[in-house]
Design a protein around this ligand. Structure first.
Ligand code: AMP
Ligand code: ZN
Length: 116
């Protein structure tokens, strides 16, 4: 797996199947294969960006598109009013395991704070 053709790039290109529930020109979203809540969706940019540390100024639109998609997905999944959590892990201390940025959208249960 190379940095420029990672697992989530392969999902974005359709080479690997995923349960896709949302897409537009900039982002797509699919259900997490190992859900941590009744709703657990990952929103990814179509463009490969390994971690938040690699974001550049010209990614401003796509960075915003991830959260706008999360808003639409929360409504679509019926979790917007009760509440939901968005998380983007960065590198090892935060537990990032797939190095193509993804916004976790979690809902359908209560979440504690601070996170583990
Ligand atoms: P993170 O630990 O923040 O990098 O999150 C990576 C997430 O990707 C985990 O929640 C995994 O369960 C999820 N994941 C890994 N492979 C797949 C896949 N093929 N389809 C859907 N989700 C996946
Ligand atoms: Zn990628």
């Amino acid at each position: 797996m190379t940095d420029t053709y990672c697992l989530f790039c392969k999902i974005a290109s359709g080479e690997i199947n995923a349960d896709v529930i949302y897409e537009n020109d900039y982002v797509m979203a699919f259900r997490d294969i190992n859900p941590q809540a009744p709703t657990h969706v990952l929103v990814i940019p179509r463009k490969h960006i390994a971690t938040i540390n690699e974001l550049v100024d010209t990614d401003q639109y796509v960075a915003g598109a991830l959260h706008l998609a999360a808003k639409d997905i929360a409504k679509q999944e019926g979790i917007a009013e009760d509440g939901f959590r968005t998380v983007m892990n960065c590198n090892s201390a935060a537990g990032q395991t797939v190095f193509h940025i993804h916004l976790h959208v979690l809902g359908g249960r209560d979440f504690s704070w601070p996170p583990g």
